[in-house]
Ligand binder design. Structure first.
Ligand code: SIN
Length: 570
């Protein structure tokens, strides 16, 4: 089936929905999402949205905190844009019906929380389920909008790219390529459909599942990064993977985050003997920047041999804890831990990808009419370490900018004369190959995640990184060999993307011969501003070769040639 829309939005979290609601004012929007529409990272965001509303706060302070957290790699113009747009974007959420907690003593003001690295209280929150409150409201608005169609259980195979020759003398790779839509797998019907669109918006979220331990939901497999890279878009700063310091350590607590807001309300990190340890590592103690707290916990665990550390908020009033953190309280209680009386066991886990698909201030990637918004994008806001609770804000600000840009271009795009896109819509032939080899998919999935955790984690070394690269090359070759034996399905696609993203993270980490923000390498333990105050840009092929490739081909080999890595000064 061939579908035609003005906009194809891939992903149904805050970035995709915010864009869709704005773009639907003057065009038709398809939102494709690979599982249930609310199964997004947004839905699990506990902490909140950072923005300047406090009487003692200012844009300048929020900007300074963001820059300090980013450790030299934030783009100041982008930080300025995002911070100053914050209050307006928050008001739009309020108008849609999202409710944030209000101060008990002054109900006309927000109850602003504190998280690591913020010098003022500035986190708007809906108890400890802020993302859920936002997602719910945005989904209802999208479902009620006649210009928006949501396709659940649909996943992108590849983007449809029209390749155009570069003007002679141009040094800009791919800028002439245009995205025309995507080939999409309807997972339940086992059919491939062709979606044509004037603009495609990648809003696919993060890649936490590349790591064995993560706070992310199962959908966070980095698909958007892999898809954009395969299409020829540039990616940036993939070495900066943020590990959240505190995920619940319990065999039945898959991916359960303990919000930094718990430390914001006075929670203390302690070791097994009850000793608080953060003062050894940073003057801001438990509210130091996230990279520092995660590394401190890693150091404590390695030196003590303990499996976890503990977070203790039991000194606060029990009613307050239950009211402020109902979700965390209930989850811990269901596992036999009462956080009003006992410290809870925690470990760091992969949480947020600070790098992603390279974009300009309008969310435009290096391919025309292809945009990236939210966690899958690298806009320049986060630098080497994202400041807590800046990401929902970033998603809304860039969705707004992209929607404004697209709306101003849509008439011109509709009037373009473009060549016909080949319709590859088809049913997947289930009889062609056997399904017996799914064990290979499960096995490779597991090895990649362990490899990344052990060799490309919070603390890295040159040797571990180079071993990881050898292993991942081997695994990707094996995946290439057994893919043809397995009918096309979403698990295989996710594995293929996950392996590619893992390789790109390793390659980016190997290039950066210094330690900065979230990238910490024992063999290059110092920060080196003279040499490394740069973004890491990774792009697929050297120019011309790619110009002959066309869209998705079911028989295309999945082992790409090694990527071309280049570094670009800010
Ligand atoms: C948290 O609640 O600790 C997560 C907030 C964030 O990652 O921005």
């Amino acid at each position: 089936m061939k579908n035609q829309f003005d906009y194809l939005v891939v992903g149904s979290g805050i970035a995709g929905l915010t864009f869709a609601l704005k773009a639907a004012r003057n065009g038709s929007v398809a939102i494709v999402t690979k599982k249930d529409k609310v199964e997004t990272s947004t839905n699990y965001a506990q902490g909140g949205i950072a923005s300047v509303f406090g009487g003692d706060d200012s844009f300048q302070l929020h900007i300074e905190d963001t820059l300090r957290s980013g450790d030299g790699l934030c783009h100041p113009d982008i930080v300025d844009l995002v911070v100053k747009n914050g209050p307006e974007r928050i008001r739009e959420l309020l108008d849609l019906g999202v409710s944030f907690n209000r101060a008990e003593t002054a109900p006309d003001q927000f109850d602003l929380g504190r998280e690591g690295g913020h010098s003022r209280n500035r986190i708007l929150h809906s108890q400890d389920m802020t993302g859920r409150a936002i997602e719910k409201v945005l989904i209802v608005a999208a479902e009620e909008n006649p210009n928006i169609t949501i396709f659940e259980d649909h996943t992108v195979l590849d983007l449809i790219i029209q390749h155009r020759s570069l003007r002679s003398g141009s040094t800009s790779l791919y800028k002439q390529d245009v995205c025309r839509g995507a080939y999409i797998l309807d997972i339940s019907r086992k059919e491939i459909h062709t979606f044509i669109a004037n603009a495609v918006l990648m809003c696919t979220g993060g890649a936490g599942k590349v790591y064995l331990y993560t706070s992310n939901p199962d959908v966070a497999t980095g698909d958007g990064l892999a898809i954009a890279y395969r299409a020829g878009a540039s990616l940036a700063n993939l070495e900066f993977v943020q590990f959240h310091p505190t995920c619940l350590y319990h065999p039945q607590a898959k991916n359960f985050l303990i919000s930094e807001a718990v430390r914001g309300e006075g929670g203390k990190l302690i070791d097994r003997r009850g000793n608080a340890f953060m003062e050894k590592y940073h003057p801001l103690k438990d509210l130091a920047f996230r990279d520092i707290v995660a590394r401190a916990i890693d150091t404590e665990m390695k030196s003590s041999g303990d499996d976890c550390v503990f977070l203790d908020i039991s000194h606060r009033n029990a009613d307050f804890i239950r009211q402020r953190f109902p979700n965390i309280y209930e989850k811990c209680k269901s596992l036999g831990i009462d956080i009003t009386t006992d410290p809870l066991p925690v470990v760091p886990a992969a949480h947020y990808m600070c790098g992603g698909i390279l974009t300009d201030p309008k969310g435009q990637t290096t391919i025309q009419n292809l945009y990236a918004l939210g966690e899958c994008a690298c806009t320049g806001l986060h630098g080497a370490n994202r400041l807590a609770s800046n990401s929902l804000l970033e998603a809304m600000v860039f969705a707004d900018a992209a929607a404004a840009e697209c709306s101003s271009n849509i008439e011109e795009w509709r009037n373009r004369t473009l060549p016909e896109v080949p319709d590859l819509s088809t049913r997947i032939d289930q009889n062609a190959v056997s399904n017996n080899e799914m064990v290979l998919v499960a096995h490779n999935w597991d090895i990649i995640r362990r490899l990344m955790w052990n060799y490309v984690g919070i603390v890295r070394t040159d040797r571990r990184l180079s071993l990881a690269l050898n292993h991942i090359a081997q695994i990707r070759m094996e995946i290439g060999e057994h893919m043809p034996q397995i009918p096309l399905n979403s698990d295989v696609l996710e594995l293929q993307g996950l392996a590619l993203v893992a390789e790109l993270i390793i390659r980016c980490a190997m290039q950066r011969k210094e330690s900065r923000g979230l990238h910490y390498n024992l063999d290059h333990a110092q920060k080196d501003d003279a040499a490394w105050l740069k973004d890491t840009i990774v792009t697929k092929y050297p120019g011309e070769q790619f110009l002959s490739a066309v869209g998705f081909r079911p028989d295309e080999p999945i082992c790409d040639p090694p990527p071309v890595l280049s570094f670009q000064h800010r």
